[in-house]
Design a protein around this ligand. Structure first.
Ligand code: 6Q4
Length: 280
């Protein structure tokens, strides 16, 4: 698999690639499907980051950390960063190409996922988070927009823009959705890798129900309040076992959130695990 191949350290540049179709827009620039000119011809995703935009958004340090972290990760549910190079205006990230694209697009297309699809995604997320936390990395930004799908439909965490080495204390003002923030981050307290346990609970809820549990489209303040109070309500359609798992992850006290190994042993996850998987 592409996971095991390493690219020989060599000087990479735009000239090393045939540029294919645009895959879409990333935060700070476009993403292209590319192929290495030299044999063996690898297909990659080339993500462009405009240096001027990184400076304007004061995210140079964060981006350096993101690259350093992602370059050292090797896991089937984590998108591989093979290397990077830059010219005077841009930084180019040589990333694994995810054959089935952006998970959030599938979620908005279908509205929500089946129990089986959701349980398998959460099982894979737990796998990736166990690996990450084992390296004392907290992701801190688990949400559908940051997830991609491999050619066999396997989930891949594709963005490490907010990841830090544990324990973390957020200095940056938060941007983007608050829906996935745990109480300790909403309250600006010190936080641990348990913030990712909370986000996994939010993700499970959103995959099954089609929107996150504490969302209040009308008021950010109310979303904060609902998070801090863990004002958790389930639609009647939610399966009992899934409800049990979500409730065990969305605990205000980070210490009592269900450990990831327990998530993988939860009846609702075990029930939908493909037969013949190693973890039986
Ligand atoms: C996690 C992060 C936050 N997200 C991102 O970076 C986004 C920003 C733009 C694209 C994506 N980044 C990546 N995307 C892929 N694969 C991919 C994407 C889109 C399609 C797709 O559906 N079309 C082309 C469709 C085909 C059909 N037409 C109609 C619409 C576009 C198919 C495959 N591999 C690696 C990356 C990566 F991450 F390495 F850059």
């Amino acid at each position: 698999s592409s996971q095991s191949r390493t690219f020989p350290t060599q000087e990479w540049s735009l000239h090393s690639f045939d540029i294919g179709r645009p895959l879409g827009k990333g935060k700070f620039g476009r993403v292209y499907m590319v192929r290495t000119k030299a044999s063996p011809k690898y297909i990659l995703a080339l993500k462009t980051l405009y240096k001027s935009e990184l400076v304007q958004n004061k995210v140079e340090k964060q981006t350096r950390r993101e690259i350093e972290i992602q370059q050292n990760l090797r896991h089937p549910n984590i998108l591989r960063l093979y290397g990077f190079f830059h010219d005077e205006k841009r930084i180019f990230l040589m990333l694994e190409f995810a054959g089935k694209g952006e998970l959030y697009k599938q979620l908005s297309k279908f509205g929500r996922f089946s129990e089986k699809r959701c349980a398998r995604y959460i099982d894979q997320m737990a796998d990736a988070l166990i690996y990450l936390h084992g390296k004392h990395v907290i992701h801190r930004d688990i949400k559908p927009e940051n997830l991609l799908l491999g050619i066999n439909g396997e989930l891949k965490i594709g963005d490490f823009g907010w990841s830090v080495h544990a324990p973390g204390l957020r200095r940056m003002t938060l941007c983007g959705t608050l829906d996935y923030l745990p109480p300790e981050m909403v309250e600006g307290k010190e936080h641990s890798e348990k913030v990712d346990y909370w986000a996994l609970g939010i993700l499970t809820y959103e995959f099954l129900c089609g929107s996150p549990p504490f969302e209040d489209r009308a008021s950010v303040k109310n979303t904060y309040r609902r998070i801090a109070m863990v004002d958790l309500r389930f639609p009647p359609t939610i399966p009992t076992e899934a409800k049990d798992l979500i409730a065990k992850l969305l605990k205000h006290d980070p210490q009592v959130r269900l450990p990831l190994a327990e998530v993988q042993r939860h009846p609702w996850i075990v029930k939908y695990r493909p037969k013949g998987t190693a973890r039986e």
